[in-house]
Design a protein around this ligand. Sequence first.
Ligand code: C2E
Ligand code: CA
Ligand code: CA
Ligand code: CA
Length: 274
Amino acid sequence: TKSNGGGAYRFFASEMNDQILKRRGLEADMRRGLDADEFFLLYQPRYDARSMRIRSVEALVRWRHPERGLVGPAEFIPLAEETGLIAALGVHVLRLACRQAIEWPGIGVSVNVSPVQFRGSDFVATVSEALSVTGLAPARLELELTEGVLLEDTERAGLILNSLKARGIQLSMDDFGTGYSSLGYLKRFPFDAIKIDRSFIADLHAVGESRAIVQAILGLGRALGISVTAEGVETAEQLTLLRLDGCDEVQGFHMAHPSKAEDIPRLCAMAEAA
Ligand code: C2E
Ligand code: CA
Ligand code: CA
Ligand code: CA
């Protein structure tokens, strides 16, 4: 009946309103959180696969929310990208990571870059500024980029990457193997490293397709003179196979979880002593 239809419509409309309100609420909350300094970084060690010493750490953002507790990036990065807040968040993350790395001589730091942040008008300036403000040597900063960074305007992306590279900053291709054009991009852009996506590591066994794929990627890295990192290493078996096959770097829960900044010196010392 007519009244039912109207009721359903009003219900639907109010559900949509709820979603919009929720999103606006989260957006305002994120702005507030940025002002209140609630976003901070955990650092996950990346180990040299031969010496098993820590070469660098990957910065992973977290939100210490006053009511919701610790919130992970999956819950706010997409919205930050939609609303443009990723720019402010990205600047904050870059500065925190560079400032922190100054306290850890001898190791590098890598920072994840959102495609939206990368495409912003002044990405190279943002990165240069974070380096000059903190005094971190450019060679100690690595930017982890996904294929999404390169998808839209590849010509412009190339200019930006070359300009970062010319400043001595390291570039790595994250989540390697999950996209459509990773191989073409390796040929075209000046990457120093690739990070094999953890989906290939998750079911890595002595015999099987994942091992064949991982070995092929390692061969590719060797042929191109590009360092290869395996991420998501969770078991001793995976680590053994990766070392056997000549992987350059390993990262994952089996060695170390994303950790508080204050724990990094101890993790470095443990790796040195082992
Ligand atoms: P990612 O760059 O691929 O980062 C690796 C993710 O895998 C991290 O999740 C890390 O905690 C998790 N991880 C590490 N070792 C293991 C393992 O052995 N097993 C499993 N199952 N997972 C492991 P996290 O911190 O939740 O980050 C998720 C994603 O959010 C990241 O994926 C990255 O794309 C994005 N992200 C994190 N921090 C930032 C940031 O500061 N800026 C931007 N733009 N994106 C970020
Ligand atoms: Ca990453
Ligand atoms: Ca990754
Ligand atoms: Ca990922």
